[in-house]
Design a binder for this molecule. Structure first.
Ligand SMILES: [Mn+2]
Length: 235
């Protein structure tokens, strides 16, 4: 966690240039989870490796941009530093937004797949008060070493095209349900694929990632579009 690879540093720089762009254009930034590799906050202690992120987010807010954070499966275990100090708003689960008359359903997206029952049970456990209480009692040196080990085991972002399609088809079903309820847009992260799919006059948007796609969604007040950042705003 402490030693950062070159590619990680370059990804971080790229993200900060994007933050800078948001600062210039103004508006609101919603970060849809997994901003951090692993974040676990203790009553008196926060992870120091992310200090540059904390700094950039605070600068962004100082410039007048509101920053919202929907927690992901890598950074769910937050406390007051995240909820009160760092972000304007923090969400522990799926959240609706209404902007300019359009309704957005935003989810990090983990645990949605019908065949992921095992994951859903694990997620419920990892989010439980008992687990969090117990984990907080463990010395951070052990807690973080364990998380790093789990995180390494889980490095399987590159799926086959067939599996990605299966995920996408499944998310279309979930998006459809929300669109039927009156939402215009269903936005999900987590799945490391970048998709902008028109659906019933609205859209399903799978956000991609900041590992290989460098993708994000932009709502200009009328339309929501998936975009790719290449050190400047794509058309
Ligand atoms: Mn995730």
């Amino acid at each position: 966690m402490l030693e950062r690879s070159e590619s990680e540093v370059s990804r971080q720089k790229k993200l900060f240039r994007f933050f800078h762009h948001v600062k210039e254009t103004g508006g609101t930034l919603v970060i849809n989870g997994d901003l951090f590799d692993f974040y676990f906050e203790y009553k008196d202690v926060i992870p120091k490796v992310y200090v540059p992120f904390y700094h950039e987010i605070l600068k962004l807010r100082e410039s007048g941009v509101k920053v919202h954070f929907i927690l992901g499966n890598h950074d769910y275990w937050v406390r007051e530093f995240i909820t009160d100090t760092l972000f304007d708003f923090t969400y522990f689960s799926d959240t609706p937004f209404k902007i300019n008359g359009k309704k957005f359903y935003v989810t990090h997206g983990d645990g949605y797949l019908s065949w992921d029952t095992g994951y859903r049970i694990l997620k419920a456990f990892l989010h439980s008060r008992l687990f969090i209480w117990f984990y907080r009692m463990i010395h951070p040196r052990i807690g973080y070493a364990f998380a790093r080990w789990i995180s390494k085991k889980g490095e399987h972002y590159l799926h086959s095209d067939a599996y990605n399609k299966k995920i996408c088809d499944e998310m279309v079903i979930h998006a459809q349900k929300q669109l039927d309820q009156g939402f215009d847009y269903f936005i999900t992260g987590h799945y490391h694929q970048a998709k902008d799919l028109p659906l019933n006059g609205g859209k399903l948007l799978i956000l991609g990632d900041w590992l290989s796609f460098f993708s994000y969604a932009k709502f200009d007040g009328h339309d929501l579009k998936l975009k790719f950042w290449d050190n400047h705003e794509t058309p």
